[in-house]
Design a protein around this ligand. Structure first.
Ligand code: AQP
Length: 336
């Protein structure tokens, strides 16, 4: 039930694999802060994962894992609507409507579409092209105002605003314009450990720290992070890979520890091996408790099924209202 006066938040995570610290710091950390003061709809985006034709047997464990990992991070299914996208039939109906407002040229220009089409030229399907309209439907179906996401989603959000505006212009005021949200700060992009792009569920596996990684695997991945030689000039600017190491440290290490490595960098006495050892231990301290909690939750399938049903009921109530309004405004109301 919509709580009067609370602003509406919507965000989703694709069930394409193991969640990583990019998902945590880009999205989940904000979900947890926002669940206290906003009306929140958080979902597992299983339809979105179908663009790459996953093995049907992998869907269930992947969906259960995303739910379990979100809860292990601190999301409270009593406070928010936590649901699976395919449980809400109103979403694909709104997606169909929004597709009438999305033009081929603008969809083809989307950066993520161009990247994926380039990487997999044999699988440039219509679902991939219209990913931004499905994402818009996910948000607009609840009249979402704020969307906690990482920097990689900024362009998709801009498109969601465009589609909302077009719908409103043509059919009358129906949707608010959704905005990306990070508590007043810039959206974040957690870099991969090899200095090539961002951490991701489906790429760069050895350079991504997953919430399910064992302590030893975390240590191994961090120790292999690209660093290079120590600086030779005092107070020099940091190469990108070193900047990345400091950004990762900023996520999990004590300020005094970071300051100490900053000082050593500035006076050219830094030893990257020591810095990586410290970072690895701080990552282990951060990830291990989440991993252990998620394992326990994931094993309890009847609990997870209960959560999914409860979340779907909350989400469908809000979705049905919005869809009825959108249908009416479009003129699809033939029985009254
Ligand atoms: N590295 C990241 N830094 C900050 N935020 C990130 N997000 C993802 N990676 C980073 C944010 O996490 C949320 C879920 O996004 P997703 O399901 O698209 O996650 P992914 O890891 O990008 O997944 P894939 O399957 O690996 O996608 P592709 O193939 O696109 O790389 C979003 O809020 C996202 O911003």
């Amino acid at each position: 039930m919509h709580i009067m006066g609370k602003e509406i938040v919507v965000s989703g995570i694709r069930s394409t694999g193991f969640l990583h610290i990019g998902n945590y710091f880009g999205a989940i950390k904000n979900y947890i802060r926002m669940q206290e003061d906003y009306q929140c709809y958080f979902f597992v985006a299983d339809y979105h994962s179908l663009t790459t034709h996953p093995d049907p047997a992998s869907l269930k464990p992947n969906v259960y894992r995303v739910l379990a990992e979100n809860i292990a991070c601190g999301l409270d299914p009593e406070k928010v609507a936590l649901y699976v996208q395919s449980d809400i039939p109103e979403i694909p109906e709104l997606y169909l409507m929004l597709n009438m407002m999305a033009y081929k040229g603008e969809l083809e220009k989307t950066a993520s579409f161009k990247d994926k089409a380039r990487a997999n030229p044999e699988n440039v399907n219509a679902g991939l092209l219209t990913y931004p309209t499905l994402m818009s439907a996910d948000i607009l179906i609840h009249k979402g105002q704020f969307v906690p996401v990482g920097k990689d989603q900024e362009q998709h959000l801009e498109m969601a605003r465009t589609f909302a505006q077009r719908f409103n212009f043509r059919y009358g005021d129906t949707f608010p314009e959704p905005h990306p949200f990070n508590f007043g700060a810039d959206l974040v992009k957690i870099p991969s450990l090899d200095g090539k792009g961002k951490m991701s569920k489906s790429e760069n596996e050895n350079a991504t720290l997953y919430l399910a990684d064992t302590d030893d695997l975390i240590r191994k991945k961090v120790m292999k992070a690209v660093s290079g030689d120590a600086p030779t000039e005092m107070n020099s600017s940091k190469p990108e890979v070193i900047e990345n190491l400091f950004s990762l440290m900023n996520l999990v290490s004590e300020p005094a520890i970071i300051e100490n490595f900053e000082t050593h960098f500035n006076n050219c006495t830094i030893r990257y091996g020591d810095m990586k050892k410290q970072l690895a231990e701080d990552m282990v301290k951060f990830i291990a408790p989440i991993r252990e909690k998620a394992i326990a939750i994931q094993e309890d399938t009847s609990y997870l099924q209960g959560i999914m049903k409860m979340g779907a009921a909350k989400a469908r109530e809000s979705a049905a209202k919005t869809l009825a309004e959108a249908r009416k405004n479009m003129g699809i109301n033939f029985y009254c």
